[in-house]
Design a binder for this molecule. Structure first.
Ligand code: PEP
Ligand code: MG
Length: 560
């Protein structure tokens, strides 16, 4: 039995075989071939198989998302057979005697660079396509399933780290738990694990060895412990713990249908954070009162090219329709920093968290912003929508974003396309600048939602991705809590409601603080709804308020 310690970032106990995440981007073997004709045949077989796979993906997308989404796979099929592309591979194999994997990879790089240098943004986006198609062919040649889980049974997935784009594409039905070498608790992979309700442990370093692959491991997401080949006694303890968690969960079930109200009658809304339309089932199953944050960028991360207006419209409409008369806040595209997307072809940045991200990209590339806003407004006819802009720092940004909303509404009017007249406009407060300017910003919007993951990062100058910062990254820091109070006061003075959609919203050690400063809504992962409701219902808000507010103004860190 081998015990390993990491940091638990999503609770729960899971047991299953360990599986190492495979990437096709790992170094491709490069060698000279003798029999170039046989190598060329290898390529032709892989090319045909790729075309077949893309045909199947076309049919799936057509059935699930419509013609516009499916067309991409047809484009990829054509790219597999493109004369110039195939000729380049043929030359490298037959003239240079390169093996097929290296010939495909070199060709992909050369074509991607050529596309990326073109002026036309459509052609620039082809760079990601050619890489994607080539990755598929190389995957077939090497027998590595691209980013997939090649296992018949569900597994505990191990990886050095997982980018959000990788996590989002995984087959969730096959994952019992996550273990990563690196990562941090407020990384998007950890957030996704919590949304999916899957136990996750990060920061195990090099303790997980390749020879553990396929052996049974037990992960405990609340303590961060991992056991490989557990002995009988440990297995029984962990099984009992899992059963206890299930029992607790059942007890919490009794809170379904109950109000989020304190003992002394203060009410607060408890909404959910989601990353894609399928997560709505988790919101409803956990009795979430609405969606307080739909991270729309995950739609973009799931695509190989800019998602079309119709594709986005269908996704937003699905969420709004499934949520019925409950409120749904959809955040406009928030990429950049750790959420990178190839087809955006963004130049590499020294400090991406301080770079061109979120609303900044939308304001600089209005055609992308407009497509999303058109999809959002069209979908608003199907429910109760709030549109929220991320990474705001200045008043002018909000004015410019709202101007784009007006342009979109005028266009839809002219086209006779319906939209709701009651769409709420809000912004995320996740930079100190936005918090400080909240008195002015409140005059422009209907609501604020505090993104405490980024607000902590920017206020404390601590990278949220860096697990080594440990105690320096403290979301309980009074600077963060005082900013939240200031935002609340400024919002309420101007008739604007305030929520928290960062991970701090689910932190039960701060529920009393949030009630005391007057937060109106907490948006949390679906599995956190009932524990939070329990905490709210146990609290006597007026009895604790005076002390909580005094603590906030003291020099002490109120909660370490
Ligand atoms: C936040 O920053 O707190 C937030 C909710 O946004 P994200 O985690 O997606 O950056
Ligand atoms: Mg954020």
């Amino acid at each position: 039995m081998i015990s390993i310690q990491g940091k638990g970032v999503s609770t729960g106990v899971a047991m299953g075989p360990l599986y190492f995440y495979q990437r096709t981007t790992s170094a491709i073997r490069r060698y000279q071939v003798e029999d170039t004709a046989a190598e060329w045949d290898r390529f032709k077989v892989a090319q045909q198989k790729a075309i077949e796979q893309l045909g199947q993906l076309y049919d799936k997308a057509l059935a699930e998302a419509g013609e516009e989404a499916a067309i991409l796979f047809e484009t990829h099929q054509m790219m597999c057979e493109d004369d110039d592309y195939v000729e380049s591979i043929e030359n490298l194999i037959k003239e240079e005697k390169l093996n097929a994997e290296a010939a495909v990879t070199d060709t992909a790089e050369q074509f991607a660079e050529m596309f990326a240098q073109m002026d036309d943004t459509y052609m620039q986006a082809r760079a990601a396509d050619v890489k994607d198609v080539s990755g598929r062919i190389v995957g077939i040649l090497t027998g590595v399933v691209q980013g997939g889980i090649d296992s018949d049974v569900p597994v505990i997935l191990a990886a050095d780290d997982l980018a959000p784009s990788e996590t989002v594409q995984l087959d969730k039905a096959k994952i019992l738990g996550f273990v990563t070498e690196g990562g941090s608790g407020s990384s998007h992979t950890a957030i996704l694990a919590r949304t999916m309700g899957i136990p996750a442990i990060i920061g195990v370093g090099k303790q997980l060895k390749a020879e553990f692959a396929g052996r049974e491991v037990i992960v405990d997401g609340s303590t961060g412990s991992i056991v490989v080949d557990a002995d009988e006694a440990t297995r029984n303890v962990m099984k009992a713990k899992r059963e206890e968690q299930l029992r607790q969960r059942k007890l919490l079930e009794q809170l379904k249908g109950q109000e989020n109200v304190t003992k002394d009658g203060q009410k607060i809304k408890v909404f959910c954070n989601i990353g894609n339309p399928e997560d709505v089932s988790m919101v409803l199953a956990n009795d979430g009162g609405g969606v307080g944050l739909f991270r729309s960028e995950f739609l973009y991360l799931n695509c190989d090219d800019y998602p079309t207006e119709d594709y986005q419209f269908e996704a937003y409409k699905q969420v709004l329709s499934d949520m019925g008369d409950k409120e749904v806040v959809i955040r406009t595209l928030d990429i950049g920093a750790d959420k990178q997307i190839d087809y955006f072809n963004m130049p590499k940045e020294e400090n991406p968290a301080l770079g061109n991200r979120a609303l900044r990209i939308c304001l600089n590339r209005p055609e992308i912003f407009k497509t999303q806003l058109r999809a959002l407004y069209r979908a608003s006819a199907y429910g109760h929508l709030g549109i929220m802009f991320p990474m705001v720092t200045s008043v002018w940004e909000v004015k410019e974003a709202k101007k784009m909303c007006d342009i979109v509404k005028k266009e839809l009017d002219a086209e006779g396309k319906p939209y709701s007249p009651d769409v709420q406009i809000g912004i995320m407060i996740e930079t100190p600048a936005a918090a400080v300017m909240s008195d002015r910003l409140a005059k422009l919007v209907d609501f604020f939602s505090c993104g405490t993951n980024d607000l902590t990062q920017y206020t404390l100058a601590c990278d949220r991705q860096n697990n080594d910062l440990g105690r320096f990254f403290n979301p309980h820091h009074p600077a963060v809590l005082r900013l939240l109070k200031m935002v609340c006061d400024n919002a309420h003075k101007n008739g604007v409601w305030v929520g928290i959609c960062g991970e701090l919203g689910a932190d039960l050690a701060l529920t009393e603080t949030f009630l005391s400063i007057g937060i109106d809504e907490l948006s949390v992962s679906p599995r956190s709804v009932l524990p939070l409701r329990q905490k709210i219902r146990e609290t006597n808000a007026s009895a604790v308020k005076e002390k909580v507010l005094a603590d906030l103004l003291s020099d002490e860190v109120p909660i370490e």
